[in-house]
Design a protein around this ligand. Structure first.
Ligand code: HEM
Ligand SMILES: *[C@@H]1O[C@H](CO)[C@@H](O)[C@H](O)[C@H]1NC(C)=O
Ligand SMILES: *[C@@H]1O[C@H](CO)[C@@H](O)[C@H](O)[C@H]1NC(C)=O
Length: 537
């Protein structure tokens, strides 16, 4: 696995070399002279050899590679004179410096991650999906990135927040991204609520402080969020780093068989290190002492060869079971409380990034990165995410985000998308930019790319989807609450009170308490008492 990145780079180089020789695919060029392309490909190979030659110690140079006699050389008009504009070493360095940042992710900006492998250890997934990637014995390189959701890239790792649990699986049929969280459910089931919900978790537009008024005013008006709020304000909302938490797909997806039949699937990654949370007091202390605590915890454990791992399990429902289930299987605010989880494989992290920016900040994940045999459900939130992530990639990194070594697939990409900002892999050389009759990429067979057969039950009229809360939305939070130990309940009450005692907007606390009363009267009483205690100090 140590060679992951190098392989990706080499792939780019070999691809150019391959292109130079792929006569059958050549576009007709004016004079028929291909020597410049051959020379260019040769140069890239030379460069790759040069970069990996350990005996070659690089000298200090300017940005164009010319030798420079000093780190801080500037040219001046005389000893005390003004600087000359021909001080290009300084101009380039200062210009590069102010461009060191790319836009941070609008959510999940604070992250940490590592490389590893996904081993498929059972034949469970094979029974439901024709994906070669899920065949027993398959091993895939992976990248995992963990994150908090609301904070900026410099915010404390230990914040009370869900944790992102993003996994890039580099299979031989393309990249499969599992863009999961450490929670089985989410705050919303209508994707149009995502931007406003996220606003309430970020800072107040005037004070630039996080604002419990917005947080709790959102909660009582959107009770379908209550299950996720219960988890968030329990000690599960402050996990002990990345190694001691589970990951969940949240959404249902589809596993597809060769004949187009399918089942709904949810994925859960069970930590082999055991669940550990911080109490609110511990999280506050750790967050204050070391902002990058979870980053350090993951990095240090991998350096010490204590490789964290997760057991990957699937739970499935047939379409008929899905229809009969008490909760809508495409409602992201609902868990499958009756699920049986079947082991599929193991994920192990065993290599730290060599460069954070190149391998973690520049990584890009998307639920729309899917492989044959794996398909989305009709969950509206998932459907909207199929658009939003690649849109974010194009904005944050540029149109060629998928060609960066960290993001590119191992297999060769063949299509007609070309050029754009930073075409880092040679822009496919002289291969045709349209389906040329003289030779082009060979499409896969229908057998290799079977899509799920989905029956549409409704007439093709335009439906307005709102997804307003009803009584059924209180059942799972009630179940969660009633299964907590007395001590966990106490912590939940006081964690809520810690934030709610700072609410100043009229009627917000009383409306939240009214809603808590529908979940369980003891929750309403417990939080009310804890708020009174917090206010007394
Ligand atoms: C309508 C709902 C949602 C929208 C529009 C949305 C949108 C986004 C966007 C724009 C990003 C930043 C991507 C980037 O800059 O590379 C992001 C990151 C992320 N989202 Fe979502 N999201 C939604 C719901 C969810 C849900 C339900 C989950 C988990 C089940 C999730 C998990 C993540 C994770 C883990 C990341 C960080 C990925 C990384 O490490 O780069 N999101 N989301
Ligand atoms: C983590 O928090 C949850 C919710 O309060 C609790 O049920 C669980 O016992 C906690 N686990 C540990 C190991 O502290
Ligand atoms: C579809 O439209 C027909 C004709 O208006 C109606 O009889 C039928 O009930 C509709 N089906 C559904 C599932 O709404």
């Amino acid at each position: 696995m140590k060679t992951n990145l190098f392989l990706c780079l080499l792939l780019a180089v070999l691809q150019s070399a391959f292109l130079a020789n792929a006569d059958s695919m050549k576009q007709k060029r004016g004079g028929g002279d291909t020597s410049t392309i051959d020379l260019f490909a040769g140069l890239k190979l030379q460069q790759a050899q040069y970069m990996t030659d350990k005996s070659n110690s690089p000298g200090f140079t300017t940005e164009n590679g010319a030798p420079s006699s000093g780190y801080f050389n500037i040219q001046r008009a005389g000893q005390d004179g003004p600087l000359l504009i021909q001080s290009t070493q300084m101009l380039d360095s200062l210009a590069h410096f102010v461009r060191e940042r790319i836009p941070e992710r609008i959510v999940h900006a604070r992250g940490w991650g590592a490389w590893g492998k996904f081993e498929v250890t059972t034949d469970f997934a094979e029974k439901y999906s024709f994906a070669p990637a899920f065949k027993k014995g398959a091993v895939h390189p992976i990248l995992m990135r963990f994150s908090t959701v609301g904070g900026q890239s410099g915010s404390p790792d230990a914040a009370r927040d869900p944790r992102g649990f993003a996994i890039k699986i580099k299979t031989k049929q393309g990249v499969l991204d599992w863009v999961f969280n450490n929670t089985p459910v989410f705050f919303i089931r209508n994707p149009l609520k995502f931007p406003v919900f996220i606003h309430t978790q970020k800072t107040n537009p005037q004070t630039n402080e996080r604002d419990p008024n917005m947080v709790f005013d959102y909660l009582w008006q959107n009770p379908e969020a209550s299950m996720q709020f219960m988890r968030l304000f329990s000690d599960l909302g402050t996990p002990y780093g990345a190694r001691h938490m589970n990951g969940w797909s949240g959404h249902t997806y589809r596993l597809v068989k060769q004949d187009g039949s399918w089942v709904y699937v949810k994925v859960q990654l069970f930590t082999d290190q055991g669940i550990k949370n911080f109490t609110a007091a511990e999280a506050t202390q750790i967050g204050g002492e070391n902002q990058e605590w979870a980053t350090k915890d993951l990095f240090d454990s991998i350096e010490a060869k204590q490789y964290p791992s997760w057991t990957v399990k699937f739970a499935v429902k047939t379409p008929e079971e899905g229809k009969k289930y008490r909760y809508n299987v495409n409602d992201l605010t609902k868990d499958w409380l009756d699920a049986t989880w079947y082991e599929v494989g193991k994920m192990t992290l065993n290599q730290n990034p060599r460069n954070y920016f190149d391998e973690i900040e520049s990584s890009h994940f998307s639920p729309s990165n899917m492989v044959p045999g794996w398909a989305p459900s009709e969950d509206p939130v998932l459907q909207s995410r199929l658009f939003s992530y690649n849109d974010a990639g194009r904005y944050r990194i540029g149109s060629n985000y998928n060609k960066l070594p960290v993001n590119c697939p191992f297999n060769t990409v063949g299509n007609y998308d070309r050029s754009g900002v930073m075409p880092v892999t040679g822009d496919y050389g002289n291969q045709p930019i349209y389906p040329s009759s003289a030779g082009t990429y060979k499409p896969a067979s229908k057998d290799e790319t079977v899509a799920p057969l989905i029956k549409l039950y409704n007439n093709a009229t335009i439906e307005t989807y709102v997804g307003e809360a009803t009584d059924i939305d209180y059942e799972q939070p009630r179940y969660f609450y009633q299964h907590l130990s007395a001590n966990d309940k106490k912590n939940l009450h006081s964690n809520f009170a810690g934030a709610m005692s700072k609410v100043t907007q009229p009627n917000v606390v009383s409306n939240v308490i009214k809603m808590f009363n529908k979940i369980d009267p003891n929750l309403a009483k417990g939080v009310t008492a804890a708020i009174a205690a917090a206010k007394k100090g």
